[in-house]
Design a protein around this ligand. Structure first.
Ligand SMILES: Cc1cc2nc3c(=O)[nH]c(=O)nc-3n(C[C@H](O)[C@H](O)[C@H](O)COP(=O)(O)O)c2cc1C
Ligand code: SF4
Length: 436
């Protein structure tokens, strides 16, 4: 072992049979942070979040307390809190389990966050496909309301809050915060021009905070244990714990809650390593929109700064692992197909570029292209990145470019071989017999 230290906070109770109930949550110390927060002036709650240096867990890592501090006060407008539960990037699987197993942590976090930003209406925007999670969340909101944690005069504090659970139709772009707000307002989900930012002109053109599920669910822990305890975990600039999600060719896939700065080597120790008899070939530190890493990067501390210094992004800590049986061209093609499918079509670089990236990758994977296609791919990608209207467009290039950097010869091997030199069945995690 290499000094692995798990810090189960949000995931501490997932194994308990009633982890999702109000009773189970309270038994394990739930709703102890709320009275503490309600006894503080709202600005002090914001300062506590600033002191904790919690960085948004939805991907970009923007400091949560700073975001809350942007909400103008005394402006006479309603303020809104919107929780982003649209999780759907390939490899991302932390918010759905959090909502399934510990929805009350999110609700307690919502009440504290809404109190801090002076909002009296909060929304949870959740993707419509996860019906079982939506039902559980509805149930959790009803339980919390019944117990006086939501509604009028919460715990006798004079603070009122209602929570609306809104199911989206299931579009990756609706995870982008401004597209989410358009969708929530009943329009087609497409990104808005920024500025103005949601903090000043968000839902119904009013000041709005949009935060990820994990960000808000971490808030009760911070209030209860203190900003200092949170900041003492992780690294100086990437504080606290986070859910690292391991999927793919790993012995025990799942969510591992550990301090930011933990390395993949340490996480693999916990997860039983790469599947037996195989070796790590490449992986994503932060989901399909982040540049690939290889086995050279096993000891990179998984925090925002170190991952960036090593050439990738921490993103949502969605770690997808691939062993030597996997064709990197095929994987990158699948991701490109995802982005093409999910492109909302609003801007030309992404709408047209994603289509062309898929065309060229399909040709290369079939061994029908030429070496010049690699330059063409890079050229198309460079015309999307930085020119697209939102970050979905910018998500296409990283895997393409890094795969060519690390595995250029594998692309060329397809051309020499006249097709894919890999046996796709070797990389599947099931046999035909087990699927029957
Ligand atoms: C295409 C796209 C999809 C996104 N999907 C999600 C998502 O599913 N959940 C999420 O929290 N953030 C998602 N984001 C990031 C949000 O725009 C926003 O930054 C985030 O919800 C802010 O929360 P945080 O500050 O707590 O991280 C997405 C961004 C883009 C560009
Ligand atoms: S980058 Fe893609 S998803 Fe974003 S606005 Fe343009 S077309 Fe839509």
């Amino acid at each position: 072992m290499t000094g692995v230290r798990l810090t189960p906070a949000l995931s501490a109770r997932w194994d308990e049979p009633d982890s999702f109930t109000l009773e189970g949550y309270r038994r394990d110390g739930g709703y102890r942070a709320l009275p503490k927060a309600l006894a503080m002036p709202p600005d002090q709650v914001i300062q506590t979040l600033k002191d904790s240096v919690l960085r948004g867990r939805g991907g970009a890592g923007f400091p949560t307390g700073v975001k809350w501090g942007f909400i103008p006060q005394g402006d006479g407008k309603p303020h809104y809190l919107v929780v982003n539960a649209d999780e759907s990037e390939p490899g991302a699987c932390k918010d759905v389990p959090t909502l399934l197993n510990n929805p009350q942590a999110l609700i307690e976090g919502i009440v504290i966050a809404a109190y801090a930003i002076r909002a009296h209406l909060a929304f949870v925007y959740i993707r419509g496909e996860v019906l079982h999670v939506i039902r559980r969340l509805h149930h959790a909101v009803a339980e919390a309301r019944e117990a006086g944690y939501l509604g009028r005069d919460i715990l006798g504090s004079g603070f009122d809050l209602e929570v609306v659970v809104h199911a989206g139709a299931g579009a990756y772009i609706c995870g982008e915060e401004t597209a989410l707000l358009d969708s929530l307002e009943g329009y087609r989900g497409q990104p808005r021009l920024k500025p103005p930012f949601p903090a000043t002109s968000g839902l119904y053109a009013c000041p709005t905070v949009v935060n990820n599920v994990e960000s808000i669910a971490s808030v009760p822990w911070i209030l209860l244990h203190g900003a200092e305890d949170f900041a003492s975990l992780g690294t100086q600039k990437s504080t606290g714990f986070g859910l690292f999600q391991l999927s793919g060719h790993v012995t025990t896939p799942g969510q591992y809650e550990a301090p930011l700065g933990t390395t993949l080597r340490q996480l693999l120790d916990l997860a039983g390593g790469i599947r037996a008899g195989h070796r790590l070939k490449f992986w994503t530190p932060g989901g399909s929109s982040t540049p690939l890493f290889t086995d050279e990067h096993l000891d990179v501390p998984l925090d925002y700064e170190d991952v960036a210094a090593a050439g990738s992004l921490l993103g949502t800590r969605s770690i997808q692992l691939f062993d030597e049986t996997t064709c990197v061209v095929r994987v990158v093609l699948r991701w490109a197909e995802f982005y093409r499918h999910e492109s909302c079509g609003k801007c030309t670089p992404c709408r047209e570029g994603s289509y062309w990236v898929v065309q060229v990758l399909e040709r290369l994977e079939a061994g029908e292209g030429s070496e010049a296609d690699l330059d063409k791919l890079l050229d198309i990608c460079s015309n999307i990145t930085g020119r697209a209207f939102c970050a979905l467009g910018d998500s296409i290039e990283p895997s393409v470019k890094s795969s060519i950097t690390f595995f250029r010869d594998e692309y060329l091997e397809h051309l020499r071989y006249g097709g894919c030199p890999f046996d796709p069945s070797a990389s599947t995690l099931f046999t035909l017999e087990s699927a029957r």
